[in-house]
Design a protein around this ligand. Structure first.
Ligand SMILES: [Zn+2]
Length: 270
């Protein structure tokens, strides 16, 4: 008489299942071309966090503001173990559902920028916004500083934004510095944080007003004659005054404000 072979349940039992994801609120940008962002399928053989499944579709977690599994809000650590329908909404989505379950903070005012973003950094500092920037910094340093200072990471490196230690951040869609500036101002709702000419464009430290007599030795002959108001960087000592460069910077600020206003107006009309 043969003994039936007992089938043992094993943790390695593989029961394939399918996750159907729909990406909304601008997240389609990250989904591979040719795939409908509203109907992405992932076939899994073992349980996985919803965060890992979303990032496997190309969408960095700092861009995700709300996740619904079968219509209910979940956080990034939620485990997917069987067939599921997942709705994923980006920051700035027009939906107003589940305001208590949002995964991102909008009003962050401290930033760190990845290399190659010098023009964006200059624009933001010109507006008085605190942005750490060292083009020579390594990825590890950027991620560590973002975490310890609770700074949002600005980058065009999708993999870097997916780093587990990154809590807040934004992937710059545009390569144009003005459009990048507008993206950051809108994503983090910074219009009320503007304080033009309060921060050093070179080193990010705050500027202080100084008497002419304090800096006169460092001024060019014509500057000594024509200007009375001076600011000095509390970090690197750079002196600023309303000279010819000032008009250019003022023009840049006005350009940013005008573009921002036009954007808000066009959004109000849609
Ligand atoms: Zn400085």
């Amino acid at each position: 008489m043969s003994t039936p072979i007992q089938k043992l349940a094993s943790v390695n039992d593989v029961r394939p299942f399918t996750i159907r994801l729909a990406f909304h609120g601008g997240l389609g940008f990250f989904v591979r071309r040719g795939i409908d962002p509203a109907a992405v399928e992932r076939h899994l053989n073992e349980a996985a966090s919803v965060k890992d499944v979303i990032e496997a579709c190309g969408v960095p977690h700092p861009e995700v503001d709300l996740i619904l599994v079968h219509g209910k809000p979940v956080d990034f650590s939620y485990r997917l173990k069987g067939n599921a329908a997942v709705e994923v909404y980006g920051v700035g989505s027009t939906i107003t559902l589940f305001p208590e379950d949002r995964l991102q903070t909008q009003n962050i005012q401290l930033f760190i920028a990845d290399g190659h973003l010098g023009k964006l950094v200059r624009d933001l500092r010109l507006l008085g916004i605190d942005v750490v920037y060292d083009p020579a910094a390594e990825d590890r340093q950027l991620v560590d500083l973002a975490k310890t200072d609770n700074r949002a990471l600005l980058t065009r490196d999708r993999r870097l934004l997916m780093h587990a230690s990154v809590r807040h951040g934004h992937y710059l869609r545009s390569q144009d510095p003005l459009k990048q500036t507008i993206e950051v101002l809108c994503r983090f709702d910074l219009s009320s944080a503007f304080a033009p000419f309060s921060r050093c464009l070179h080193c990010n430290a705050l500027l202080e007003q100084v008497e002419k007599s304090e800096v006169i030795e460092q001024l060019e002959p014509l500057t000594k004659i024509y200007y009375e108001q001076f600011r000095r960087c509390t970090g690197c000592g750079q002196i600023y005054w309303p000279g010819s460069h000032f008009d250019k910077l003022l023009g840049r600020i006005e350009g940013i404000r005008a573009t921002l206003t036009a954007k808000h107006r066009s959004e109000d009309q849609t």
